[in-house]
Design a protein around this ligand. Structure first.
Ligand code: TYD
Ligand code: MG
Length: 454
């Protein structure tokens, strides 16, 4: 086989050069050249751009039967949920997360279960076969007929998969892979991209469901391969702290299901166990009212989730007041505090404001605006809010309250967990009354503050 030629392409302007250099000779950008496989140029000479090709037949939209997407249940309800109802044949799922958070655990568990009904292959590039087997033992799944392969060269992985014909395959992790077509070291952008592209092509052609594991860098992006995100069908991320008990898996992209869907697991001695009623675990267990705490109902993909928002407001000791948010949008705090000042008459420029969502959940939707401000004021005035109270709603710059989607379902979830009172935007007032719940629908932030601290 003739060896493919490698060239260096500039990521900024696309110029190709045969040698690597620190600066692109064409556009002058620095550090943008990365190694690529040169695609053999076909015979040139056509009328448009020099390419000739035979025409492909087109199909009318109306002639295409949508068909039912087949789904394979993975055996873990929460994983099925984030996948959009099960694993789709031929789909490629990228699972990202910090080291040690449980990526290998989740996929070992899933594959051991799947292997009982269909051929499955677990390719490990990071661990030895003994380590994988040890983990399976620990998970109580040591007798599963799962096929294992310790390999990092993509061509050999694909050749093995062609022979073994698995229906489900895991490659753990993409950062260890390399293709013989490139000379750069494994883990680099070009190696990761090229390896993942080959595996993706294999999965699509054979209908194999493929999981790719990817490590996450400190800034939250998949190391190097953000490029992978558009290549795959679904991107799942592990959220939350790896020292906590709960692990959250969020779908940030999904071609076969709701985006932002959240699956909740608990890490136990014998692997990840799904949490069926996540609202219950993120609520604090103490029923004593404390200042600065309020429960909000957020919307995660296709279901509501109750989480506790905490605020601590403390006098600023030196210079600039601090605004720190954990699990909330940090850039929004300053804006919300300005609205609180102008439309609620509450001064916080001499106060440090700390906000936190309990349990490591990230709530990035605007529905958390109102509860944040209520918690801030509760802490500032040292006045606890009613423990039976929940709240949600977006706060606009004019001090108005804007509705959030699925208000009715959020209220129902709160009522189910024993909450008796809710402060929500007027437009989220329920059309039919909710049993055992008093809903106070208000138009503005000022009104909300008045009813919360009457
Ligand atoms: P692992 O799944 O290897 O993480 P990753 O592949 O994302 O790097 O390991 C996750 C952590 O979970 C590890 O520190 C050990 C722990 N663990 C348990 O607590 N219980 C278990 O049953 C297993 C298998 C691991
Ligand atoms: Mg691992």
């Amino acid at each position: 086989m003739a060896k493919n030629k490698t060239v260096y392409a500039c990521a900024a302007c696309g110029a190709i050069s045969s040698k690597w250099a620190g600066q692109c000779g064409d556009c002058g950008a620095w550090n943008t050249l990365s190694e690529q496989v040169e695609v053999a140029a076909a015979s040139r000479g056509g009328r448009f751009g020099g390419y000739t090709g035979s025409a492909s037949p087109v199909t009318r939209l109306t002639a295409v039967a949508p068909g039912q997407v087949e789904r394979w249940p993975t055996g873990a309800g929460e994983l099925d949920r984030v996948l959009g109802g099960g694993l789709v044949p031929g789909s490629v799922v990228l699972l990202g997360g910090d080291p040690g958070i449980g990526k290998s655990t989740l996929l070992t568990q899933t594959l051991c279960l799947l292997a009982q009904t269909r051929p499955a292959l677990y390719v490990t590039g990071e661990e030895s076969l003994e380590q994988v087997s040890l983990r399976a033992q620990r998970l109580g799944l040591g007798d599963s007929p799962l096929a294992l392969l310790a390999e990092t060269q993509v061509e050999r992985i694909i050749a093995t998969a062609e022979k073994e014909k698995p229906q489900v395959m895991v490659v753990d992790s993409v950062q260890t892979l390399y293709t013989e077509q490139l000379q750069s070291a494994p883990g680099g952008v070009s190696q990761v991209r090229e390896s993942a592209a080959q595996l993706t092509r294999f999965a699509k052609q054979t209908g194999t469901a493929l999981f790719l594991v990817g490590h996450v860098t400190k800034d939250g992006a998949l190391a190097g391969p953000r490029v992978l995100e558009h290549m795959v069908d679904a991107v799942l991320y592990f959220e939350g702290e790896s020292d906590g008990r709960y692990r959250l898996v969020r779908a940030v992209k999904n071609r076969f299901g709701a985006v932002n869907e959240l699956g909740v697991f608990a890490m136990t001695e014998s692997g990840l166990k799904e949490v069926k009623n996540p609202s219950a675990i993120f609520l604090s267990r103490t029923s004593d009212p404390v200042p600065g705490s309020l429960v909000t109902a957020t919307w995660e993909g296709t279901r509501p989730l109750l989480v506790e928002v905490q605020a601590l407001v403390d006098e600023t000791k030196a210079g600039n007041p601090r605004r720190v948010a954990v699990g909330l949008d940090g850039n929004r705090i300053a804006m919300l505090l300005a609205v609180l000042h102008r439309h609620g008459g509450v001064i916080t420029y001499d106060q440090d404001v700390f906000l936190n969502v309990v349990g490591g959940v990230r709530v990035l939707e605007t529905g958390a605006d109102l509860p944040q401000l209520l918690a801030v004021l509760s802490s500032l005035r040292n006045r606890p809010l009613d423990t039976g109270l929940i709240s949600f709603g977006e706060v606009g710059l004019a001090g108005e309250l804007r509705p959030v989607p699925n208000g009715q379902d959020r209220l129902k979830e709160a009522a189910k967990h024993g909450f008796k009172r809710a402060i929500v935007p007027a437009a989220n007032a329920p059309r039919t009354p909710i049993a055992n719940m008093q809903v106070q629908a208000v138009k503005s932030l000022a009104e909300a503050l008045a009813v919360a601290f009457d």
